[in-house]
Design a protein around this ligand. Structure first.
Ligand SMILES: [Cu+2]
Length: 655
């Protein structure tokens, strides 16, 4: 409802007026921008609409309650003071059934309600501690298994039910299958080296049934302590000369709500419960006009398959974003630990299992970084590098992923994933060669400490970039390098040349994915630079996915089909946000990108989305234990003929 009162409030931004309005009678936006996350009040308004419509009760469980993406054109066209839509999208688990709802927050009414069949919502917070655990721990098979392993204190076992990643088990189709894992919590802070090995226990958390109990091997060995806290490491080696980061005049960026301005950049940021940090409406202000570059970018999925044959390990093929988003992927950031002293923080609201909102503090930090890097230099002229960083930390089980969006004065945006945390270790006694154990165990990993094998695995990170380079009408260019022979008599036999090709349809991109030294670009269909070239942005992954190590028919690989190609390009669609599909928990093979692109839709001269996957194939080192130093992989979004020359040339000499 576009009331004049709304406009008045938004225009004046007057806190007094807002305070006078009682939520429920006034349904205008209380946010500063159409992409701002739902407020506490909007969250409750959505719940009340669902309750009034008799759609939810005390047993309803919420897998999502978040901003429904507003119309994209309306967002680009919006300017402060104008009215805009507000709606919530909701995913609800009712018993075994799944429902999707949309609540119109302006009209305060239910816009849609529909059942989605054959899917499983992301794992709920309460399901990690499902009552089914009691049945497992009381089961005589479990008690015998613990006795065989010499576990003395059953009451000090910490067991959890995690979403199971199916490895070809059709008999469990349609069930809400969880896998039970336990570790001994006594004596140490870090229980990663105290996991109970050799059990494969599957349960149905909907029914409480124990579906499978396999005791594959009895492992009584134990690894050494693996604590890494300050009290355990003792005598920290302090530097004698401290370094301080100070910005006496405050940060060099401006924040208005969730909108950030820094140098030539302007963008909006928010935290989403499922994918974490979302960067939107990124534009470059050249002084005369604001040029759009990226409508929206965010992490889309993480896939971490382990490479050991024991069933429990073979089934560790996690789709971390789609399976574990309940409670929020973004971790609370510790000042001075996750982010530097000059950082500012953004809070978020996440939905709890019962639908109620919950505050989550400091899930995104924003800071400028200046630490001696060089932006450009030649002879005595040059500029020190100062960049703007927006950071989140995705906590996914034993791993922590620091995800940075770095904005540079030269027009580049770099998305970096820093993997750290605890590598997953398999407890296995170190046998000598004569016993025949060592070689078999070490084929699938490497010893990092006595009796502890860091199991081989990969990390795949898929990012979704809805680029709008000088507007939404874009094309995808593939510049292939090729050898061009030179005529007889020329002293050189041949040279390489670069040939540009436009992708007409989705499959054109997939056929070129791994070829040679490709340059992938998203180019404007209309805008050209001063030399007549289409303005474009290059997508440059530091470590492409390269997934040749898993057979194509492997169920785990097929559930994460997005890893088959480093880059995919699709027509823009708000229904296609997650590379392995919207419902990744217990998903069937082939969902997400492989299913969508099978239609081979046209992608030339239209609004397109680029999906880029980077990978880390992790052969574990001794130095990765007991806590792993950060290792970085990145994707650069790099201007390519977007400007007429180096746009960082006019930056001042003072960083
Ligand atoms: Cu790893």
């Amino acid at each position: 409802m576009k009331t004049s009162l709304t406009r008045c409030v938004v225009h004046l931004c007057a806190p007094i007026l807002i305070a006078c309005c009682v939520w429920g009678t006034f349904a205008g936006p209380l946010t500063a921008h159409p992409l701002d996350p739902l407020t506490w009040q909007e969250h409750w308004a959505a719940l009340k609409v669902l309750a009034d419509a008799k759609k939810i009760d005390a047993d309803s469980r919420f897998a999502r309650l978040a901003l429904r993406p507003p119309d994209k054109q309306a967002v680009w066209g919006w300017s402060p003071g104008q009215d805009y839509e507000r709606a919530a999208e909701v995913v609800i688990k009712q018993g075994r059934r799944t429902f999707e709802a949309v609540v119109d927050l302006r009209a305060n009414k239910l816009a849609s309600w529909a059942e989605v069949e054959g899917v499983q919502v992301p794992w709920l917070d309460e399901e990690y501690q499902s009552p089914t655990l009691d049945r497992v721990m009381e089961d005589p098979r479990f008690q015998r298994a613990m006795k065989r392993r010499g576990v003395k204190y059953l009451q000090f076992l910490e067991c959890t039910v995690n979403p199971h990643a199916p490895i070809g088990e059709p008999q469990y189709q349609g069930r809400r299958v969880g896998i039970v894992t336990c570790s001994q919590r006594t004596d140490v802070r870090n229980a990663a080296a105290r996991a109970i090995e050799g059990l494969y226990i599957l349960v149905d958390v909907n029914t409480g049934d124990i579906l499978e109990f396999t005791d594959e091997e009895t492992v009584t060995a134990q690894g050494p302590d693996a604590d890494y806290d300050l009290g355990s490491t003792k005598n920290p080696r302090e530097f004698s000369a401290p370094i301080q980061i100070q910005q006496p005049a405050g940060p060099g960026f401006k924040i208005d709500g969730n909108t950030v301005e820094w140098d030539r950049w302007r963008f909006h940021l928010r935290s989403d419960q499922r994918v974490g940090l979302v960067i939107s409406t990124v534009a470059w202000d050249d002084g005369t006009r604001r040029r759009p570059i990226l409508y929206e970018g965010h992490l889309s999925e993480i896939f971490v398959p382990y490479m050991a044959p024991q069933k429990m390990w073979a089934s560790r093929t996690h789709l971390d974003v789609g399976e574990n988003s309940s409670g929020g992927l973004s971790q609370t950031l510790e000042p001075g630990v996750h982010c530097p002293a000059n950082a500012v923080y953004f809070d978020a609201i996440v939905v709890q299992d019962n639908g109620w909102p919950k505050d989550k503090r400091r899930v995104v930090c924003l800071f400028e970084r200046y630490a001696g890097d060089v932006a450009w230099v030649h002879e005595e002229e040059g500029r020190q590098k100062r960049v703007l960083v927006a950071r989140m930390c995705a906590a996914a089980g034993n791993y922590d992923y620091l995800i940075d969006w770095t904005f540079q004065t030269d027009g580049e945006i770099r998305v970096t994933v820093g993997a750290t945390g605890i590598v997953a270790v398999r407890t296995a006694p170190k046998k000598n060669a004569a016993e025949g154990g060592a070689e078999g165990d070490q084929l699938y990993g490497r010893y990092v400490a006595d009796n502890l094998i860091g199991v081989n695995h990969s990390h795949f990170f898929s990012f979704r970039f809805d680029l709008d380079v000088d507007g939404p009408d874009n094309s995808f260019l593939m510049d292939e390098m090729a050898m061009a022979p030179l005529p007889q008599g020329h002293p050189r036999r041949g040279l390489w040349v670069s040939r540009s090709q436009v992708a007409e349809r989705e499959q054109d991109v997939l056929q070129h994915g791994h070829e040679g030294a490709s340059i992938w670009r998203v180019a404007s269909a209309t805008a050209k630079n001063s030399q007549g070239y289409p303005t474009s942005y290059q997508i440059m992954p530091s470590h492409p996915a390269h997934a040749p190590f898993m057979p194509e028919e492997d169920v785990a690989r097929r559930r994460a089909g997005f890893i088959n190609h480093d880059v995919w390009v699709t027509p823009q669609s708000v229904d296609e946000l997650y590379a392995a599909g919207k419902y990744a928990t217990l998903s069937k093979p082939g969902e997400g990108l492989p299913a969508w692109t099978a239609a081979n839709r046209p992608i030339k001269d239209r609004d397109i989305v680029v999906w880029c996957t980077i990978a880390m194939h992790h052969v574990v080192r001794a130095e990765d234990w007991p806590v792993m130093p950060v290792v970085q992989h990145s994707i650069s979004l790099r201007p390519f003929d977007f400007f007429d020359r180096n746009p960082g040339i006019d930056t001042g000499p003072r960083p």
